[in-house]
Design a binder for this molecule. Structure first.
Ligand SMILES: Nc1ncnc2c1ncn2[C@@H]1O[C@H](COP(=O)(O)OP(=O)(O)OP(=O)(O)O)[C@@H](O)[C@H]1O
Ligand SMILES: [Mg+2]
Length: 341
């Protein structure tokens, strides 16, 4: 089941007679890059303020990371980062002072706070302005600093209210890189914009990133196949410890040769095979591998289940109701997740 990062139930906020947010039901999956769009006055900022505890809802419920916000405000706030509309920076501090303050406030260790703060300032190209008070920063510089402060503690959800507003192309590029980095490490990003183009572009970049990741995963699969093939030709002794780890992942496998044989049969088949068929092929092609197995069929089934656990194979149901296994050629299916974001 996919984890839900944000969910609201009939979330409502009124300002006197005006209903800014009206009974909103929202569900955002963990790891998603979520664009919250709408024209001026639609209630985007009001929603973000409620979701980050800056504004109390008039009625309704909200859950973040499975925790009820109203009853666990501190636990929730510790795990989120926010760049609010007005940024909320302490203008009498310098950039480094501010980031150090925020890091310490989140309970980060002093050394880690300083290291992250220096890295972020460097990355945002603010390092050379270390003596400038935030009040004297330009608008774009303030936006970049606000984002740095929002990610310093490694939040699980990042809320951004119009983050690119008034930021130049170079600054926006740097900010997007930070956002991609957050998504890459599994965080959820919730971003508001009244500029559809901004969100569309960010989504496209993320999709490309995920596609690249799928390619990399495919290449790892190919390397593994090659190693297994070589071992099959030249015998196990070509497998160094390192290679064994690559092929087997878990080094405590009692009979790596046996696992390898099952894996190879499955890889080469390019279709689903029942445990019996895998067993028969091993018997035909590599009979010595089976020697120590009193009940080869049961052993093959055990190994096939383990491959499913490793994410290398999947189990499918055939028309006759019998279970079969097939090799997972492309283990990264995340791209489809992004496509839905
Ligand atoms: N503190 C407040 N007091 C009274 N009305 C408010 C307050 N904050 C927001 N509103 C009203 O609530 C509505 C939604 O405002 P909100 O700032 O959430 O919109 P938005 O979608 O963020 O707009 P924008 O794209 O301009 O940032 C507006 O009609 C606004 O006037
Ligand atoms: Mg707004």
């Amino acid at each position: 089941m996919t984890e839900i990062a944000i969910s609201t139930e009939k979330l409502t906020r009124q300002f006197g007679a005006l209903t800014a947010v009206d009974a909103m039901d929202l569900r955002v999956q963990a790891g998603q890059f979520f664009g919250f769009l709408g024209p001026n006055g639609a209630g985007k900022s009001t929603t973000i303020k409620m979701l980050t505890g800056l504004l109390a809802p008039t009625s309704g419920r909200m859950e973040l990371l499975g925790l009820d916000f109203q009853s666990h405000p501190v636990e929730v706030k510790r795990q989120i980062g926010v760049v609010p509309e007005g940024m909320g920076l302490f203008e009498r501090l310098t950039g480094p002072e501010y980031l150090r303050f925020v890091g310490r406030m989140y309970g980060l260790d002093k050394a880690i706070t300083e290291k992250r703060s220096d890295e972020l300032l460097e990355f945002m190209q603010l390092a050379d302005r270390e003596k400038t008070m935030i009040a004297d920063y330009s608008h774009g510089m303030q936006k970049k600093l606000a984002l740095a402060a929002a990610v310093i503690h490694g939040p699980r959800i990042l809320f951004l209210d119009e983050p690119f507003e008034g930021v130049d192309a170079v600054g926006a590029r740097l900010m997007k890189d930070i956002l991609l980095d957050q998504v890459r490490r599994g965080a959820t990003v919730f971003l508001t914009s009244h500029v559809l183009e901004v969100v569309r572009q960010a989504h496209e970049e993320l999709r490309q990133l995920m596609r690249q990741r799928a390619d990399i995963m495919k290449r790892i699969g190919t390397v593994k196949q090659t190693i297994v093939g070589l071992a099959n030709l030249f015998g196990d002794d070509i497998l160094s410890e390192e290679l064994l780890e690559l092929v087997d992942r878990k080094t405590n496998g009692r009979q790596p040769g046996f696992t390898k044989a099952c894996r190879m049969i499955l890889m080469e088949a390019q279709k689903s095979l029942s445990a019996r068929e895998v067993c028969e092929q091993i018997q035909q092609r590599m009979p010595p591998v089976l020697v120590r197995h009193k009940d080869p069929l049961a052993s093959v089934t055990t190994v096939l289940n383990r491959l499913v656990e490793y994410g290398e194979a999947r189990s499918v149901l055939r028309e006759n109701g019998r279970r079969a296994w097939e090799w997972v050629s492309d283990p990264a299916e995340d791209s489809s997740k992004m496509a839905r974001a």
